[in-house]
Design a protein around this ligand. Structure first.
Ligand SMILES: [Zn+2]
Length: 139
């Protein structure tokens, strides 16, 4: 599914009407039809087709950015620990155990990060999310 502005004259007219009424076209798109959303002078956010839309995207976007930041930090720490464990102890039965744990964490972090990044780069999270099940767990 791609987001495109249909050439439906009724929709085009509705969008023109919104702009004429002082509404602002947003970068956000309607989660249902993918059309650009408009902010009315009253502050309401509307889709030209579906009318009023409630956007939680700003909040969840902020939350995702925060999660991403924390995970990227964790990713660095884990990667550093792996390097340190290796250079300090080499590959021993004991260090292998620890490395396995660290790699487990790293794998999880990267999987979640991939999800967070996918969600952020797509307004169509539903169909994208399915691709994440393609990866198998080896246990
Ligand atoms: Zn819509």
């Amino acid at each position: 599914m791609t987001t495109s502005v249909p050439r439906d004259p009724k929709v085009m007219k509705k969008m023109a009407d919104l702009l004429r009424a002082g509404a602002t076209m947003l970068a956000e798109t309607c989660p249902i039809c993918g059309l650009p959303l408009f902010r009315l002078r009253s502050g309401e956010i509307v889709c030209p087709i579906h009318g009023r839309v409630y956007i939680v995207r700003d909040e969840s976007e902020a939350a995702r950015v925060e999660v991403q930041g924390v995970l990227e930090e964790l990713e660095k720490v884990v990667a550093r620990s792996i390097g340190e464990t290796l250079s300090r102890e080499g590959l021993t039965a004991e260090s292998l155990e620890r490395l396995k744990d660290l790699l487990d964490v790293l794998e999880r972090v990267e999987r979640i990060l991939a999800l967070v990044r996918e969600t952020r780069s797509s307004t169509n999270g539903e169909s994208r999310r399915q691709t994440s099940t393609g990866r198998e767990r080896r246990e």
